[in-house]
Design a protein around this ligand. Structure first.
Ligand SMILES: CC(C)(COP(=O)(O)OP(=O)(O)OC[C@H]1O[C@@H](n2cnc3c(N)ncnc32)[C@H](O)[C@@H]1OP(=O)(O)O)[C@@H](O)C(=O)NCCC(=O)NCCS
Length: 170
């Protein structure tokens, strides 16, 4: 078990980009992460990482201009994505801390709606989000593409639930 006091959640910097690839497991997302980092410098996104003794063990990104916000025309809605915790650090509350941290950033920017998309077969994540107060509001075929680190277009076809939570100051 990790000592919770040793877990630090902070904003990612350029120096973290390689570590976000998790020793090659997520190298294919290099261009997307570089893009997300550029976006964060323009204020359109926040990239949060959880760190223990200098090792990045989890992450969550916040996007402030999601197309999903059309479902909530009367309020500001932010989108949480690229959320993960390294397997050996799971089920210790780190994911929950990352979500709570992201929600507090949304609230500080007067965003009162948080949206997450989750693969329909990712039952553990769906349950976690439900326990954190999220509920399903629509479905999506989850078809999208990205350019991988070698310049090849990769197509993703993963039906998702869109989940939302109304954020309030406690
Ligand atoms: C989804 C994910 C980020 C959750 O991260 P995590 O750090 O395990 O999350 P938490 O520890 O906060 O919560 C997970 C579960 O552990 C439980 N838990 C938290 N602290 C605990 C502790 N000290 N002891 C035992 N259980 C604990 C939580 O209650 C939660 O239970 P639930 O599954 O019944 O809801 C992680 O499983 C992951 O990276 N999965 C792969 C990528 C992924 O699916 N990302 C989401 C895409 S939408």
């Amino acid at each position: 078990m990790v000592d919770q006091a040793a877990v630090r959640i902070r904003h990612a910097t350029d120096a973290d980009l390689l570590a976000l690839e998790w020793d090659g497991e997520y190298t294919r997302y290099r261009r997307m992460y570089n893009h997300a980092m550029r976006d964060s410098k323009r204020g359109n996104r926040v990239l949060l990482v959880a760190e223990v003794e200098g090792e990045i063990i989890g992450q969550i990104f916040i996007y402030f201009r999601p197309s999903w916000s059309r479902h909530f025309p009367n309020e500001q809605a932010g989108y949480l994505h690229s959320f993960r915790v390294k397997p050996q650090f799971r089920k210790q509350g780190i994911g929950t801390s990352l979500v709570h941290h992201a929600e507090s950033i949304l609230l500080k920017r007067a965003y009162h709606r948080s949206i997450i998309s989750v693969a329909k077969d990712n039952l553990n994540a769906v349950r976690l989000y439900q326990n954190l107060g999220y509920s399903i509001f629509t479905e999506d075929p989850g078809r999208w593409s990205y350019v991988d680190d070698r310049g090849r277009i990769q197509h993703v076809d993963e039906p998702v639930h869109l989940m939302q939570k109304c954020l309030t100051l406690e």
